[in-house]
Design a protein around this ligand. Structure first.
Ligand code: SF4
Length: 372
């Protein structure tokens, strides 16, 4: 049976794409598919010894407001330990949020029971960082890719499942003849393609790619990035692309969100955030990206941040970036800056250098429609 998604029919399932366009004006942008409001994932910090008393709170995700629009790729970038993987997991409830809400296609998923959650998980897949660790070495590619089909009851007969596995392998650029091989017989890039085929087996609308290229060679990274872009357009997927590699994020994303110490500190169209960032932290991240031009690379000004990233168990008061910010001034230790519109349409930054100190942002302002 032909995959209706491959023909593009399923791309329009749910609410239709609006007339809004991404920042390049090349692709229709949909309504909001996934939304987080005040999302928190806090873990107790326990002392050693027999009593294991709770001595503090580790704020891995600490009050995130974020919208992901149907059909877009949102790049989520930040240093290791900033909470971006935890946020991706919390959106799928692979870790339980301790506060706030996550809405998927209009349904608040934070209150769903296991059965309802399983039905919803079919519509949301995950591609993991390490394709070797995420694939069971004792299972063939066929068994690995067909497992979600069995779990979600998508193909009842063996022959139907085998045909669907072959279709999925072709979709990710693998020869269906490899279906009976084991993960150790593949290169890293091929294993990641198997992981993507498995993630697509449930016919998801939403895919979280968590550092999906981080463990691959540079040449293979480009292939996998291009594959993800092709799949997204062909299947009408909504992607959350999580990476510490800002150049990769710029390459694939329609919009970029920047995380620091459990909080989104800047978000906006990829072109705006990539060329004119408003938050000093984003500016520092961008200054570290090499420029692929010899003379420009020689003159590149690197912003070197002082000190280390504070512990998420000991978040600074006021602006959480203030201990490393070269522009920190009088209100920064006392007032936690809210995301507010700055620069280009749809660009928001949490920094007192822009706008009124401490002024909260209304929801309509926080998620403005991209310009036509
Ligand atoms: Fe720097 Fe203050 Fe802006 Fe934070 S609010 S990024 S400390 S200038």
């Amino acid at each position: 049976m032909a995959d209706r998604r491959v023909t593009g029919e399923r791309a329009s399932r749910g609410a239709p794409a609006t007339e809004e366009r991404n920042e390049a004006g090349t692709r229709p942008m949909g309504d909001v598919l996934v939304s987080a409001r005040g999302l928190e994932v806090h873990f107790p910090v326990r002392s050693g010894g027999a009593l294991r008393r709770t001595t503090g709170v580790l704020r891995a995700v600490d009050g995130v407001d974020l919208d992901i629009r149907r059909g877009e790729t949102l790049g989520l970038v930040g240093e290791s330990g900033c909470g971006k993987s935890t946020l991706g997991n919390a959106l799928l409830r692979l870790v339980e949020p301790t506060g706030g809400t996550v809405t998927f296609d209009g349904t608040d998923v934070t209150g769903l029971d296991r059965r309802a959650m399983r039905a919803l998980r079919r519509r949301a897949g995950m591609v993991f960082q390490d394709p070797f660790a995420s694939l069971d070495p004792r299972r063939t590619v066929r068994q690995t890719v067909s497992e979600p089909l069995e779990v979600h009851g998508l193909r009842s007969g063996r022959r139907e499942r085998a045909a669907r596995v072959a279709e999925l392998l072709e979709l990710v650029g693998l020869d269906p003849a490899v279906a009976d091989r084991y993960p150790h017989e593949f290169s890293g890039g091929q294993r990641q393609r198997v992981g993507i085929a498995r993630a697509l087996a449930g016919e998801p609308d939403f895919l979280v790619c968590d550092e999906a290229i981080a463990s691959l060679d540079v040449s293979v990274q480009a292939q996998v990035l291009n594959l993800l872009r092709r799949l997204q357009r062909r299947l009408g997927l909504t992607l959350l692309f999580i990476s510490h590699d800002l150049s990769a994020v710029r390459h694939v994303s329609d919009r970029i969100a920047v995380m620091y110490l459990g909080r989104v500190v800047e978000v906006g169209p990829a072109a705006a955030v990539g060329s004119d960032p408003k938050m000093p932290y984003t500016q520092a991240l961008l200054s570290a990206v090499p420029v692929p031009h010899p003379s420009l690379e020689r003159t590149r000004q690197r912003i070197v941040l002082r000190g280390d990233v504070p512990s998420p168990a000991n978040v600074p008061s006021g602006c959480r970036f203030r201990t490393r910010c070269p522009y920190a001034f009088e209100p920064c230790p006392d007032v936690d800056p809210a995301l507010q519109p700055v620069g280009a349409p749809g660009q928001l930054a949490a920094c007192h250098l822009h706008g009124v100190v401490g002024r909260p942002v209304e929801r309509e302002e926080a998620v403005p429609a991209p310009a036509d």
